[in-house]
Design a protein around this ligand. Structure first.
Ligand SMILES: [Ca+2]
Length: 442
């Protein structure tokens, strides 16, 4: 009797173990099928783009873009690029003149000095443009007022990030007086179309026809302003442009997000400032005036973050090219499209108020292909527009939720089972057609 009981208990335990094993295997199979049908660009509770259940607006961290990308500015003119050239600056209230020459390492003043991020002013490295007075006019310069009247070459500095960034700050440290006139432009694409971002002048109205320091309201959130703050003050050397100042929050307003977004920056230097000299009766020599009438900058920093439309919290540099690591079912360089299986509603950029994540199509695990269908979306009251494509396992319908003609739902299977639709198996004799009653299979 005891042996019989032990044998029964053994078989009972084996049967429980088997059923648990079957359950686990079934779950594993379902999990693997989910992976096959639902791409992994979905919510991940470990990032800031989700709270584990719902999508959240997210954005990559702010960074010093030129440092991260290791990109250099391109200058339209650099001191000593073609031949040895003289340049002069005021140091300790005296003129100091040296030679720049791009063929001599010790005399180079290249654009890489704009982003070499020296820590102290003792080791300050500068880019010099070289004199901006046309060579034919240089001999006519006798005094500071001749410099004011001379026709000069405009100098441009350009940098292309090869990806849109939301720019928050641009700072420039000059190795001398801030120019009397300059403009920062931005471009949002590769088409060399430049939009003014900020004007600087010692007289905004006279130079650009713009009132200085205009107030920003909701009506002119994307208007470039003109500042006299730096150019008027001949002693200052640092210019700081806060792109968002009083314009609002890019995580809330698409207008501000547009305003902040730039793929390339161009700085147009239109008129140098004359070095402030002591009124000690000593006349500055003409050659020194000519050689000092140029631009010199030691540092340009552009701060911002990768533009990922509120759908990524990191941006990786792959082969020198920034790339958003897209979440919320989005894909594309700036997470600007919905993934091919996240087509249940149209793509929208994410904001703090609404993360606007792309929604996965519900195809009951019978396909991994779907398309957005506008009529379906409208019919559902703008809730669901995903139309499943190429439904397998003998299913059909917008969500692969019905059985094809000739098949009927198996009441013992769930709608996402590959065996949900079973053949009607109607006998040829006595059947009107090979189709059967969809609900009971008769
Ligand atoms: Ca430098």
């Amino acid at each position: 009797m005891l042996i019989q009981r032990r044998i029964m208990k053994f078989f009972l335990l084996v049967s429980i173990a088997n059923s648990e094993f079957e359950n686990r295997t079934r779950l594993k199979v379902k999990e693997n099928r989910m992976k096959k049908y639902i791409p992994t660009t979905t919510f991940d509770s470990t990032d800031s783009c989700s709270d584990g259940l719902n999508a959240k607006y997210c954005t990559p961290p702010f960074e010093d873009i030129t440092r991260v990308l290791k990109k250099k500015f391109e200058a339209s003119q650099t001191c000593g690029i073609d031949q040895s050239e003289r340049y002069c600056k005021r140091e300790n209230e005296k003129w100091s003149c040296k030679f720049c020459d791009s063929s001599q390492t010790a005399q180079m003043l290249p654009t890489r000095h704009l982003n070499d991020h020296e820590k102290t002013t003792d080791e300050e490295t500068c880019w010099y443009s070289g004199s901006v007075i046309e060579p034919g006019q240089q001999t006519q310069i006798r005094s500071e007022s001749d410099l004011e009247k001379a026709s000069t070459r405009n100098i441009t500095l350009k940098i292309d990030f090869s990806h849109p960034y939301e720019i928050s700050f641009i700072t420039m440290k000059f190795c001398g007086p801030v120019p009397a006139a300059m403009v920062i432009y931005k471009s949002t694409g590769n088409n060399d179309e430049w939009q003014p971002y900020q004007y600087y002048a010692d007289n905004c109205l006279e130079t650009f026809g713009i009132e200085p320091n205009e107030e920003i309201t909701r009506l002119n959130q994307e208007k470039a302003l003109c500042s006299e703050r730096y150019s008027k003050n001949k002693e200052g050397t640092r210019v700081s442009f806060n792109t968002v100042n009083n314009r609002g929050d890019s995580s809330v307003s698409p207008v501000v997000q547009n305003w902040m977004t730039a793929q390339a920056i161009k700085i147009e230097l239109l008129k140098p400032s004359i070095w402030p000299v002591d009124n000690n009766g000593l006349k500055t020599p003409s050659s020194t005036l000519v050689a000092s009438y140029q631009y010199a900058i030691s540092d340009i920093r552009v701060s911002g973050h990768c533009q990922c439309n509120g759908h990524a919290d990191s941006c990786e540099i792959i082969d020198g090219q920034p790339k958003c690591i897209c979440k919320h079912g989005t894909v594309g360089a700036t997470c600007n499209m919905c993934h091919s299986f996240y087509q249940d509603r149209p793509w929208q950029r994410g904001t703090k108020a609404n993360p606007n994540e792309c929604r996965v199509c519900n195809c009951n695990l019978h396909t991994n292909k779907c398309k957005f269908n506008d009529s379906l979306f409208k019919m559902s009251g703008n809730q669901s527009g995903g139309m499943c494509q190429k439904c397998r396992h003998n299913t059909s319908g917008a969500s692969c939720q019905v059985c094809k003609p000739g098949y009927t739902p198996d009441p013992n299977k769930s709608v996402d089972s590959p065996k949900y639709c079973k053949s009607c198996d109607c006998h040829r004799v006595g059947s009107k057609s090979k189709n059967c009653n969809k609900s009971n299979g008769a």
